[in-house]
Design a protein around this ligand. Structure first.
Ligand SMILES: Cc1cc2nc3c(=O)[nH]c(=O)nc-3n(C[C@H](O)[C@H](O)[C@H](O)COP(=O)(O)O)c2cc1C
Length: 162
């Protein structure tokens, strides 16, 4: 028997995550959400996996374009993270009014000061409950400076070396 969703959320809250903004672009607009459900899949071929809520315009945008970018947020950028999580009711193209956004070679939004950013082509996609799991082949990597922004137990955190 499965645990209930509340117990799962509390447990996953203790699981620290690096904070990213996943972006995409359709012919009409840019879309993006804050996400921690991002992980490496394989180095051969270089690929990663993201889980995106199907209710979001970003999910629809990735399904339409077949592309996404993962921007690892630098510390500090928690305001931007909250904006792309929908804080203040900001949504769609309006989210991009904050942040230093440029484009990769194919026009997808890249955060100029991202710690690291990956441009990806979707190679596989599957439904998993409320979310869509996308596997993306990495086509371009953008390198930035600074430290990654982290999230745990509903708070943003700073990485500190031991
Ligand atoms: C720290 C943090 C991590 C999140 N991780 C994910 C995630 O991995 N996948 C996802 O679909 N939504 C995630 N969300 C929620 C989305 O950011 C949120 O549903 C979305 O931005 C809403 O955008 P919209 O109002 O434009 O639809 C996360 C939110 C926060 C604050």
């Amino acid at each position: 028997m499965a645990v209930d969703p509340t117990e799962f959320r509390i447990a996953m809250g203790r699981f620290p995550g690096a904070v990213t903004i996943i972006t995409t672009r359709t012919p009409d607009e840019r879309r993006g959400i804050t996400a921690t459900a991002v992980c490496s899949v394989t180095a051969e071929p270089p690929s990663l996996l993201v889980c995106v809520n199907r209710k979001t315009g970003t999910c629809a945008g990735i399904l339409e374009s077949g592309r996404f970018n993962v921007n690892l947020l630098p510390d500090p950028s928690h305001d931007l993270a909250m904006r792309f999580a929908g804080a203040g009711g900001v949504t769609g193209e309006d989210k991009f009014a904050q942040g230093d956004w440029s484009e990769d070679k194919r026009g997808l939004p890249v955060l100029q000061n991202a710690r690291i950013a990956f441009s990806c082509d979707v190679t596989d996609s599957m439904e998993a409950g409320s979310h869509q799991v996308f596997i993306g082949r990495i086509t371009q990597i953008h390198h930035g400076d600074g430290e990654a922004l982290m999230y745990e137990q509903s708070r943003f955190h700073r990485l500190q070396p031991l």
